[in-house]
Ligand binder design. Structure first.
Ligand SMILES: *Cc1c(COP(=O)(O)O)cnc(C)c1O
Length: 223
């Protein structure tokens, strides 16, 4: 099936296979509001956006009932606009960024749930903190009143072989358990965002509660 009906059918089919503990973040970069709405017609989804401009272009044409997550690299100068549009930021990787989110959410009188992005594969070109930096960053961010850390997000190295991602997902899950065991006030590390189209099944086996799926739902991206 192709076109918008195909998107709806693929969402239905995916949701039917998932355990109740797992939610799908539909990675909607470059997709139109029609494509996003076709996905939502297939069942409950979270909408994931990488770019502020994509979020702005589609937000008003999509029903407010679906939560939106920011899943791209976030620049501090974009934070003010992003915090108005999304319900979670999955890609916090510095205290400076967290402080900016805290400040802008204070202005709006809201608390932003966030995930810390971990560069589990230690890839120089990728954003995210190294696993051993997570505890100190969490201790710095936890006291911010308008930011609430709820877990970790990771991309992991992309090799095309889903099994190759397993060790990175496993160590990210172990790290989340360790951070949760610290018992920091206001922190519960119960969300784990990992796994994409080619690797989500492995990610779920390793504890993912959020899987970020683009290609499998929307088709290949046309540049
Ligand atoms: C695009 C994207 C995904 C989804 O990747 P697919 O392979 O298309 O499923 C997941 N996470 C992030 C951060 C992305 O940018």
């Amino acid at each position: 099936m192709s076109g918008l009906a195909g998107i709806t059918a693929r969402v239905e089919a995916l949701l039917a296979t998932l355990p109740a503990t797992v939610s799908v973040v539909a990675a909607a970069k470059t997709r139109t509001a029609d494509e996003i709405n076709a996905a939502l017609a297939g069942g409950p989804l979270i909408i994931g956006q990488n770019y502020l401009q994509d979020a702005i272009a589609t937000r008003d044409q999509v029903p407010r009932s679906a939560p939106w997550h920011f899943i791209g690299h976030l620049q501090r100068r974009k934070v003010r606009a992003v915090v108005e549009l999304v319900d979670m930021i999955e890609t916090v990787d510095s205290l400076r960024l967290a402080e900016e989110i805290d400040k802008r959410c204070a202005d709006l009188g809201k608390v932003m749930p966030v995930l810390l992005e971990v560069n589990s594969g230690r890839e120089p070109q990728k954003s995210g903190i190294l696993p051993e930096q997570a505890e100190s960053l969490l201790r710095e961010i936890a006291p911010l009143p308008h930011v609430r850390v709820e877990g970790l997000m990771t991309m992991g190295p992309f090799t095309g072989d889903p099994e190759a991602a397993r060790p990175y997902y496993r160590t990210t899950c172990q790290l989340a358990h360790h951070l949760d065991s610290l018992g920091l006030p206001g922190v519960r590390m119960h969300r784990l965002s990992m796994g994409m189209t080619n690797s989500y099944e492995v990610a779920i086996e390793e504890g993912a509660t959020l899987i970020r799926i683009g290609t499998m739902l929307f088709g290949e991206r046309t540049p």
